[in-house]
Design a protein around this ligand. Structure first.
Ligand code: BES
Ligand code: MN
Ligand code: ZN
Length: 491
């Protein structure tokens, strides 16, 4: 998808104009309406279109207009045109015409700020995402025809300047979505690591540790998860130093279980295919680093990805095994399907031990219980530090990624005590399953300010209602953390 900023709408196939509630035309829409003796008003009056967000109406362009059609795009209340509303309008505009045969869609944003114009271009890029690389027999009429979105703006230079960092974030979200969407026969730990290695050409430092190196570091807990797999486990370490030299970095850690069968504690067959996106946390961290590097963020940041495949096999770990973590703590593995916390235990310890970060935030599709607690729209935030938590909770609503703070009560900590090891990888029964998982992680943070985001509900979406998040891989967390960093930790 090509995004262009232009001063005057020209010969686009479709010109989209925003309409606010109760049929209030805006910008080029109002002038066209006047010049045509009320053609647009008349078209709206003949039907139910009133400008509600999500509604659109396409009409033939009145005489004297270069574009072939005019798309009226509902933008909701005029007083509430925030970033999210602009993004939604641009997304809906794209979907309304993407299969129409039109190749160029112009969006009239000349009456908006250049920043809002940039938002429209950004939204169009996210809306147009498709994971279609394995479709070899697509019907031509199902392939989007729109290849260029032109944003009409009053200040091309300012819009382009505002678009540059946003476009870097869009690149990063799409990079993250591609990782999440990829099936596990293609995206196994080494392949994931290889794709992350491409960040080096952009200016990051990327190290990939294999099993021998992790063995030396004592990361037996992460390694135990991958023992049943033919695929070698990997740890990817991404560093971006855009801040002051010597400043402690901020750190992000991702669960990258490229496929989670449950291991010997095998999952039921029904729905197991979903566990190809059990690396959504690692994809979010990879995407975040892509965004920070891409827009040359003024911050020192590290991303650490624990990449494994959880398979049942003659070499797989067994329920009841005791493994020693890098921290020195021993863990009784009661359920091999509670593998994410094992991967993160060593990845978190490694991160704080090596980098002495200001804080660590981990992202993980950690528990099915998170979906039971919050439903499919919210990710849960667990933190031992109110300032770190606040950074996440403030950024969420700004980027449309919903987060809700969860407790990590000390009273529940004894639920993960084991009679034969320092800790066990399950609570007592199912009560508070996401909380006991978070309490487990907390034992491997060494007291560093930390937050854990359980993205099991949000990493993947079925039947999306959000025009800029197509069904499937969301790339959830990239925008959230990028925004948090931009708002609180740069400069
Ligand atoms: N990857 C799963 C959690 C999950 C489930 C994510 C459904 C997204 C959708 C995780 O590894 C897991 O299996 N967790 C277990 C933990 C239990 C064994 C303590 C769970 O949630 O059932
Ligand atoms: Mn599991
Ligand atoms: Zn898992």
């Amino acid at each position: 998808m090509k995004i262009e900023f232009i001063a005057q709408s020209g010969a686009a196939d479709v010109l989209a104009v925003l309409v606010h509630s109760e049929r209030q035309l805006t910008g080029a829409g109002s002038s066209l309406d006047q010049a045509s003796g009320g053609a647009l008003t008349k078209a709206m009056g003949a039907g139910r279109f009133k400008g509600a967000s999500g509604s659109t109406l396409i009409v033939a362009a009145p005489q004297g207009v270069e574009a072939s059609s005019i798309l009226l795009v509902g933008a909701g209340d005029a007083g509430k045109l925030d970033d999210a509303a602009v993004e939604a309008a641009a997304g809906h505009a794209y979907h309304a015409v993407k299969l129409s045969g039109a190749e160029t869609l112009a969006i009239d944003a000349a009456h908006l700020t250049p920043e809002q114009g940039a938002r429209a271009g950004f939204a169009a890029r996210l809306a147009a995402y498709r994971f279609d690389k394995y479709l070899t027999k697509q019907k031509p009429e199902k392939i989007p025809s729109v290849t260029t979105v032109q944003v009409v703006t009053s200040d091309i230079r300012a819009a382009q300047a505002a678009f540059e960092p946003l476009s870097a974030v869009a690149d990063a979200v799409l990079f993250s979505r591609d990782l999440v969407a990829e099936p596990a026969n293609i995206l196994y730990p080494a392949e994931f690591a290889k794709r992350v290695k491409t960040l080096e050409a952009m200016g990051a430092k990327v190290e990939i540790l294999g099993e021998a190196e992790m063995e030396k570091l004592g990361m037996h807990t992460l390694l135990a998860v991958g023992m049943g797999s033919e695929r070698e486990s990997q740890l990817a370490v991404i560093q971006w130093n855009g801040g002051n030299e010597g400043d402690a970095p901020i750190a992000f850690v991702g669960k990258g279980v490229c496929f989670d069968t449950g291991g010997i504690s095998l999952k039921p067959a029904d729905g197991m295919e979903e566990m190809k996106w059990d690396m959504g946390g690692a994809a979010a961290v990879a995407g975040l680093m892509h965004a920070l590097v891409g827009r040359k963020a003024k911050v020192n940041a590290v991303g650490v990805l624990g990449l494994v495949e959880n398979m049942p096999d003659g070499r797989a770990q067994r329920p009841g095994d005791v493994v020693k973590s890098m921290s020195g703590q021993t863990i009784e593995v009661l359920n091999t399907d509670a593998e994410g916390r094992l991967v993160l235990a060593d990845a978190l310890w490694y991160t704080q031990d090596r980098f002495k970060p200001k804080f660590m935030i981990d992202l993980a599709t950690l528990t099915g219980a998170m979906i039971i607690s919050l439903g499919m729209e919210y990710a849960g935030v667990f933190s031992n530090d109110d300032a770190v938590a606040a950074g996440i909770l403030d950024a969420g609503p700004k980027v449309g990624e919903k987060v809700w703070r969860m407790p990590i009560p000390a009273e529940y900590d004894r639920h993960i005590d084991s009679p034969i090891a320092d800790v066990k990888n399950m609570g007592n029964g199912r009560a508070g399953g996401s909380i006991t998982a978070a309490l487990f992680l907390q034992r491997f943070t060494n007291g560093v300010p930390w937050a854990h985001i359980d993205i099991a509900p949000t990493a993947w979406v079925k039947d999306s209602k959000n025009p800029i998040v197509p069904d499937g891989a969301v790339g959830w967390g990239v925008r959230l953390l990028d925004r948090m960093v931009a708002d609180k930790y740069e400069g």
